[in-house]
Design a protein around this ligand. Structure first.
Ligand code: MV4
Length: 460
């Protein structure tokens, strides 16, 4: 096992990794920017190193500073958490070349799945269904037009270096494709220094369902079931649950096996997520693969009883996965609400600042993953999540009821949070039926009298 681990992240995920290391009796090193000097991850780690000014480019995304921190503290492994450098193949490569274990997949796997067109091709070859689309990249709108004609409109133009919803453009007819193609290329070039795009048939009102997979270095690969992630806005997930209220036991097994087959095709190791879009008629398609631990991993932990972060560290140290596929059992239902420092009534406008009062809920089946405390100041430089509220129950109604009670109990003063949004969502009849798609938030806000018109416009 590792002698010491550097946690290359901040916020709740830094705490989550420190706790997992504690359980494994591994000392930890926290890194922090000047804006995070008073953060809990700094206090809870065994050692800490300031790595620079608040701007992520000067701190949490600064490869040389992170490696220096790893060198001076003598760690043997680095956990990247999520966001920042977690899916940066170059960082994973530098870690390895400097003699540190990157707790995650190899640079080759990150690079392959980070290129969406390559990922799509790889999965199709492996027998995983992908959305009908172009055979690779398209160099010009002249090349795109006949492909779109064959697919039928609407189509979606995607940046191959994109992902997570960035660099996409929908075209409902030939005119929009002509107008949008060059813009999509230019946007992709500006955002990712790579203007390559490809085309897919556009699936209207899909569900976003993702499968957690896990591989070790001994050739074992398993899936841990799915998470329903359709409740999102601007590609930021707000509510996730496991299992999906939409999938049958047979579908879970079938899609889970496909997810494993896809991951096996690249010899995947460590934690990964295969994202699928589910059509209204039940057809499903591979979308992209995330090569990191995800924000919403706790709902999978709650229903499988597996500690995914501990498992990441164990697998990175060369240990065998703690369960075979046959030993994975799902029990009950879990739901996660992301508590963000945002005012949902005004287009989820960020609301950083001092938290003057903080009371976190408890009781049976309630888990709060948060780095926040009374007196903490939410900095404006990073994402606005102040915590994750996770409710578990024997079934979906019990989990939802526990979540409602916890949202009511929770007290956050000094900043606006997404708590009232979650209360609105949970009361909704469609949500209660599990009748979800990626347009759920938009339609919810349309009928909410508290949401301002300009807020709804921003939300679209
Ligand atoms: C799509 C799509 C419809 N058709 N691809 C958004 C994030 C990235 N993973 C892919 N995304 C989409 N790809 C086709 N062919 C709709 C989306 C999409 C979406 C997907 C999942 C969750 C929320 C979403 C919100 C808008 C669009």
């Amino acid at each position: 096992m590792f002698r010491k681990v550097l946690v290359a992240n901040r916020g709740e995920i830094a705490l989550r990794v420190i706790r997992a290391c504690r359980e494994l009796r591994i000392p930890t090193v926290a890194v922090f920017s000047e804006a995070d000097r008073d953060s809990l991850h700094v206090r809870l780690a065994d050692e800490s190193v300031c790595i620079g000014p608040p701007a992520p480019a000067q701190s949490y995304n600064h490869v040389a500073r992170l490696i220096s921190a790893a060198e001076v503290t003598g760690v043997d492994a680095i956990h990247p958490g999520y966001g920042f450098l977690a899916e940066n193949a170059h960082f994973a490569e530098v870690c390895a070349s400097c003699g540190f274990v990157f707790i995650g997949p190899t640079p080759e796997m990150i690079r392959k799945m980070g290129d969406k067109s390559v990922a799509r091709h790889t999965m199709r070859e492996a027998g995983v269904p992908v959305v009908p689309g172009s055979d690779g990249l398209l160099g010009s709108v002249e090349e795109a037009l006949p492909v779109a004609e064959a697919l039928g409109y609407p189509v979606i133009i995607k940046a191959t270096a994109g992902g997570g919803g960035r660099g996409m453009r929908v075209a409902w007819d030939q005119k929009q494709l002509r107008a949008g193609f060059g813009i999509a290329q230019a946007e992709a070039g500006a955002a990712f220094s790579n203007n390559a795009v490809y085309l897919e048939k556009y699936i209207e009102r899909p569900r976003h369902i993702e499968f957690q997979i896990f591989g070790d270095t001994h050739g074992h690969l398993i899936h841990l079931g799915e998470r329903e992630c359709s409740v999102q806005r601007n590609h930021q997930k707000l509510i996730e649950e496991a299992p999906s209220p939409f999938l049958s036991v047979e579908q879970r097994r079938a899609v889970g096996e496909l997810a494993v087959r896809g991951a096996r095709a690249i010899g995947y190791v460590n934690a990964g997520t295969m994202e699928f879009l589910f059509d209204q008629d039940g057809s499903y398609y591979f979308m992209e693969m995330n090569t990191r631990i995800q924000v919403e991993h706790p709902v999978t932990e709650e229903v499988t009883g597996l500690d995914l972060v501990k498992e990441q560290i164990r697998v990175a140290a060369g240990e065998v996965l703690s369960r075979t596929q046959d030993e994975v059992e799902w029990r009950g239902h879990a739901i996660e609400c992301r508590i963000n420092a945002e005012d949902y009534r005004h287009g989820f406008r960020p609301s950083p600042g001092a938290i003057t009062y903080w009371y976190k809920p408890g009781g049976p089946g309630i888990r709060v993953d948060s780095h926040v405390y009374a007196g903490y100041v939410v900095p404006p430089y990073y994402d606005s999540m102040v915590g994750k509220l996770i409710a578990y129950g024997k079934d979906r109604p019990e989990a939802l009821r526990r979540m409602e009670i916890a949202l009511e109990e929770m007290i956050v003063e000094g900043i606006q949070t997404t708590i009232p949004f979650h209360q609105l969502a949970l009361r909704d009849a469609r949500f209660q039926r599990g009748d979800l798609d990626t347009h759920f938030v938009e339609s919810l806000l349309k009928t909410d009298p508290a949401s301002s018109a300009e807020g709804r416009a921003v939300a679209r």
